[in-house]
Design a protein around this ligand. Structure first.
Ligand SMILES: [Zn+2]
Length: 225
């Protein structure tokens, strides 16, 4: 029995989505969720052919927030590094199949940053855990040059107008040479109104990025103004 098998004896692997305990060697998802994920194609949130949030070119998400919120909660608050790896690979796979990666033509992958105060509290940036495997699949670099320069309230707690004000000028690029003249793929766990992604995109464009698209694990009800 190797170390991983012993670990799994005490902490049996759980399905990434529903949390059901899995038999050893069953994989990452229970059979129900496996079927559901295979069936799912993800969805294009917007593209150059539709109305886009300011600064953004195309957007794609794998899940609806409502159906995946428990899984995302586990991912965010239980320090689930393994989930980040698996979810990130799933994002790249679904985005590839749907043709979104051909639209985005990413040259660099950048996670939506969290403020360093929140990073200290949580220990990791969930978007960066997703971005790393996405970058690996795409074979492009991941850069953490985008920083959150203002502490912002959790977007979930705010209305539309407040969300925009909350993230306005909240981001800055530390090393512009990492994005200059490059097509950027922004990675986030949850996409809702697009206010955060849009604010990130504006900072990246200002630093010279030639385009910014966003790939999210889940999207809430999308309202584009
Ligand atoms: Zn399941």
């Amino acid at each position: 029995m190797n170390a991983e098998q012993i670990w799994e004896l005490f902490f049996p692997p759980r399905c990434l989505l529903c949390g059901e305990i899995l038999a050893i060697g069953q994989g990452k998802l229970c059979s129900d969720c496996q079927m559901e994920v295979q069936r799912r194609e993800g969805r294009l949130l917007f593209s150059p052919q539709t109305q886009q949030p300011e600064g953004l070119e195309a957007g794609f998400a794998v899940f609806y927030y409502e159906e995946s919120k428990e899984a995302i909660w586990r991912f965010k608050f239980h320090g689930a590094y393994r989930m980040g790896e698996d979810f990130g690979r799933l994002m790249a796979e679904k985005a590839g199949k749907a043709g979104f990666l051909d639209l985005a033509k990413a040259q660099v992958v950048i996670p939506v940053p969290v403020h360093r105060q929140r990073l200290r509290l949580r220990g990791f940036n969930q978007a960066a855990l997703l971005a790393r495997p996405v970058a690996a699949v795409l074979k492009v670099p991941m850069s953490e040059t985008l920083c959150r320069i203002r502490h912002t309230k959790a977007q979930m707690t705010l209305g539309d107008q407040q969300r925009q004000e909350n993230v306005h000028h909240a981001f800055a690029v530390v090393r512009p040479e990492e994005v200059r003249d490059k097509r950027v793929l922004l990675i986030d766990d949850i996409y809702t109104t697009g206010a955060t992604a849009s604010s990130c995109a504006l900072a990246l464009r200002q630093a010279g990025a030639s385009s910014v698209s966003v790939l999210a694990l889940a999207a809430g009800a999308v309202r584009i103004r």
